[in-house]
Design a protein around this ligand. Structure first.
Ligand code: DAH
Length: 334
């Protein structure tokens, strides 16, 4: 029997198991109740007492080897039948492609419209000084017009603030360049506002500035009409209403004929047929003087509009907050 145990040990040393199914057959053959090992164990009693312990230990080590090989084989992944059922002719699942944010789309379109008229994109910082945001733009230190813009100040220094409008870029450009100047500036602006469907503490503006010899209100109207018709369709009309801004004289607010009802009257235009889209005017001579431009030689116009407002009108979005919530169900529609 001892030599049979030796043979079994060799047999097990060379044993290889390839699949989990094979491992089960091996287990039944060697380790089950009627398997090879239990037969050997039951014959131990026939051996002389002096041999029993060594033979028993040998059998136990063989048993352990078999168990180890079975355990290893059971970890081998047997290919599931599903893999063979796979239909290679099926088309792939659609990839969800990212897309541009509606505000980015409007911004790009605005830039392209104004670039076609010869405007160049200018930039300015979002953290501004009082000079660029207010003083140079003809806001007197205690002018009530400052109250029009609830400002976020940075730290306790009232000189440093988050810009409340892109008009600050007008001053930066005019300080650095001499006329002719034809620029637009797009970017974020900040106001200390309660967040509602129509207002947010952060929004985006587009600023327009043209300074040259003999610039008149007629030039302003021409560019605004071109912009309105490119943005909202060829039949769009504009109208100017007198208004007030510290940095323009004369000042106007511009309405476009409602692009939704085409002027017939709907809830977007509040049944007037017109919707307000921007503020504009002739650059106040005080502003030109503040940046050292000769008002005897040059004049200019400026305009500012809210990007969100344009996007709301163009895409008929009735709640401003949707632009900032990043809900993909909303964003996927553009
Ligand atoms: N800065 C103004 C605002 O934020 C908008 C504006 C009005 C800009 C008239 C202009 C302008 O350039 O001429 O309310």
């Amino acid at each position: 029997m001892l030599s049979e145990i030796e043979d079994l040990a060799q047999e097990i040393d060379t044993l290889t198991i390839h699949t989990a199914q094979e491992a089960e057959q091996i287990r039944i053959k060697y380790l089950s109740r009627k398997g090879v090992l239990s037969q050997f164990f039951s014959q131990l009693a026939t051996l002389p007492i002096s041999d029993r312990a060594a033979a028993g230990a040998k059998l136990n080590s063989i048993k352990q080897k078999i168990q180890d090989k079975i355990d290893a084989a059971q970890k081998i992944d047997t290919p599931s039948t599903e893999a063979f059922d796979f239909d290679y002719t099926l088309s792939a699942k659609p990839l969800h492609q990212g897309r541009l944010h509606p505000l980015t789309l409007v911004e790009k379109e605005l830039i392209s419209i104004f670039e076609r008229m010869g405007y160049v994109v200018a930039q300015g910082p979002e953290i501004e000084t009082d000079w660029y945001n207010f003083s140079a733009l003809n806001f007197e230190p205690h002018h009530p017009a400052r109250d029009m813009q609830d400002t976020f100040f940075i730290s306790v220094n009232p000189d440093i603030l988050l810009r409340t409008h892109t008009s600050s870029v007008q001053v930066r450009v005019m300080e650095q360049q001499s006329p002719p100047i034809r620029v637009i500036a797009v970017g974020r602006v900040y106001r200390n506002e309660t967040i509602t469907a129509r207002a947010n503490c952060l929004f985006h503006q587009l600023e327009v500035l043209y300074v040259d010899k003999n610039v008149s209100m007629a030039d302003l109207k021409k560019d605004l009409l071109y912009f309105a018709q490119e943005m909202f369709g060829k039949n769009t009309k504009i109208r100017l209403r007198a208004s007030y801004f510290p940095f323009t004289e004369v000042s106007a607010e511009v309405d476009i004929s409602c692009s939704i009802c085409e002027g017939k009257g709907c809830n977007v235009c509040k049944y007037t047929g017109w919707v307000e889209i921007l503020g504009c005017g002739m650059v106040d001579p005080n502003v030109l003087k503040n940046v050292g431009i000769d008002t005897e030689v040059y004049s200019g116009f400026a305009a500012g509009l809210g990007i969100e407002r344009i996007a709301m009108l163009k895409y008929q979005v009735n709640d401003l907050r949707l632009f900032y919530e990043n809900d993909v169900r909303f964003l996927q529609q553009f």
